[in-house]
Design a binder for this molecule. Sequence first.
Ligand code: EPU
Length: 420
Amino acid sequence: MIKFIIQGGKPIGGEIAVGGAKNEAIKLIPAALLSNSPVIVRNMPDIEDCKRCLELFQDLGGTVEHTGEEVILTAPAEIKTTLEPKFANKLRASIMFVAPMLARSGKAVFPHPGGCVIGAGIRPIDLFTDGFASMGVDIDFSDGLYHLSTKKLKACNYFFTTVSVTGTESMMMAATMAEGTTTLKNCAMEPEIQALAEHLNNCGARITGAGTPTITIEGVTGLAGAPVSVIPDRLETGTFAILAAAARAKLKITRCHPGHLDSLLTIFKKMGIIFETGPDWIQMISYPEKIPAYNLKTHEYPGFPTDLQSPFTVLMTQAHGTSLIHETIYERRLLFTDMLTQMGANITMCDPHRVVIQGPTPLHGRSLTSPDLRAGISMIIAGAIASGKTEIDNIYQIERGYEQIDTRLRAIGVDIVRSE
Ligand code: EPU
């Protein structure tokens, strides 16, 4: 079993560069199925989730060419209409292939997507099935598989009863080639959605309003290819900024977009943390002697991202006073706090959505298992500030979203090795 082994308490500093956004890259891959000529992707992160999506793209008949810094994606003339369970069972993002399959061939057969364990029970796909049904798709569930088919996607007016990132992106992709003009309401507003819409427009789509709650898509008959550069990963940026705060480090985070992290940086200011920002960097400068406790509530963008809740929870174990962490999006994203308790944190779980942290408490190294991507990276942060040795198992979950994380963290002073 491959593990990360961390010797905690080493000083951190210097510079760390941010990679391309996972949650844009893994949508650009299925979106390339919509284009009838190659899509050239730059700044694609070399992470496990992208590798799985590229494998799935190839399994559906697409070709993938790596040329230095670029990945060239070419859709097949005819797309296979089944998502193989070996991909779909492991990867929630496999659901992102369904809309392009429907737009191109009018058919998609797939099992319920698997993936990481952060929602209650099986993470639902009702917003996708409801949305596709309102575009004229027939949906049947038999032999453990969803069977979706339509002669031609039709434009619709669709209201999302729950704000959903991948739901918004799926309906937006489906509508690019539907007959007529689609209006989507109560859409998610994440920067990755806006980036995907800009790319699709560069390919010939007619999308307006992405990044706001209402998106309008005028259907076109086909899309061409276009080059696209993946935006910096705001969640990786935030992770590094929180690591710096937890370790009280003078760290410079480069190749990032500070404007995508207003929620975190505003909270840092309130806490008395001093930093400077430039167009593509954040310099963490100094920290109050006592970092104050903070009551956090996760929210859809531009609110505080659920994906940064776990790292922030680690930071609050070092804050002075009582913090309430309210995770509003996912039921299982606070379960990892049990591991912080094993490391010495004083955390009480009120219910699946809320924990109370009494700080500060010193943390001590332990042997831990990473349940999901964001909890996993938070254990690395906890290990880096703990005394003694922390071992983290199941690191595939971390490598799903953070490229060469051990090498990059070593370069800023974290004593971390990847060991068999
Ligand atoms: N939901 C439904 N029905 C659906 C889909 C979602 O009820 O059909 C609910 C979910 O159960 C959840 C809420 O809607 O309570 C919001 O989930 P959302 O659909 O927005 O999540 P997602 O689109 O599956 C994306 C990111 C997540 C990130 C959330 C933030 C991708 C591939 N994933 O997930 O990223 O946490 O948005 O809302 O873009 C991560 O990067 O670690 C990660 C999990």
